[in-house]
Design a protein around this ligand. Structure first.
Ligand SMILES: O=C(CO)COP(=O)(O)O
Length: 250
């Protein structure tokens, strides 16, 4: 069985004391839950602080991005090897990086490979824009985004986060049925690249909150969530973790 995973993407939020308070509050609420993998992805500058706070709690830390080279003259960039001292996961290909910063599929693929090479697990974010959704080409878009990373062969652990861009930060989550349909499609694609698709965890992301998460986590092919806004509220984030826990649902 795939272990559920609930990851909080804090994006560019929190000052140092907010980051400290948020992480401590999450630790006190969820460290007794052992059947859900909980991953906190704070901004780079608070990674070390959050990593210390969650030490020995079972909660893991992830970065929101990385550079693709290990070392060198790359002013302002952060190496996957530097991150690997404190992170277990790295988000790559988030839509805000694809569409605001202009990252291409090729860049995302390099980053994913660099994360795996450094011994961490990429959380590969994929998803279509609103216009693409309206045109009915969501599967084609997601298939291209997956292919860029996986088509040359992939033999590391990977997590896929399906985040339709139109659902991110809008309060308008996809329907659970639509998300399940896309997750099932992603699983099919994974198997076409020779991955043991039964093992790969697929998360849904986009306006997940305490009111809608239960429906998502009940879907056969959805193993958790990549949470933005609701991950900044310790109480709500902890509730999401509880909802994902098989022991607490039984
Ligand atoms: O982008 C997201 C997580 O990476 C989702 O953000 P929201 O949960 O705020 O919609």
């Amino acid at each position: 069985m795939r272990k559920p995973l609930v990851a909080g993407n804090w994006k560019m939020h929190t000052d140092s004391s907010q980051a400290q308070d948020l992480a401590s509050s999450i630790v006190s609420r969820v460290s007794s839950v052992t059947d859900v993998e909980v991953v906190l992805c704070p901004p780079f500058v608070w990674l070390e602080r959050v990593a210390k706070l969650v030490e020995e709690t079972g909660i893991l830390v992830g970065a929101q991005d990385t550079f693709w080279e290990d070392w060198g003259a790359y002013t302002g960039e952060i190496s996957p090897l530097q991150l690997s001292e404190m992170c277990s996961y790295v988000i790559v290909g988030h839509s805000e990086r694809r569409h605001i910063i202009g990252e291409t599929d090729e860049i995302v693929a390099r980053k994913a490979r660099a994360v795996a090479r450094a011994g961490m697990v990429p959380i590969l974010a994929v998803g279509e824009l609103e216009q693409e959704y309206k045109e009915g080409i969501s599967k084609e878009i997601v298939s291209n985004q997956l292919s860029a990373v996986l088509a040359d062969g992939w033999d590391h652990e990977i997590v896929i986060a399906y985040e339709p861009v139109w659902a991110i930060g809008t309060g308008l989550a996809a329907s659970a049925q639509y998300a399940q349909d896309m997750a099932a499609f992603i699983r099919e694609q994974l198997s076409s690249y020779g991955l043991n698709q039964e093992r790969v965890r697929i998360l849904y992301g986009g306006s997940v909150n305490r009111g809608n998460f239960k429906e998502f986590i009940e879907q056969k092919d959805i193993d958790g969530a990549l949470v933005g806004g609701a991950s900044l509220k310790a109480e709500e984030f902890a509730e999401l973790v509880m909802m994902a826990s098989p022991a607490m649902v039984d």
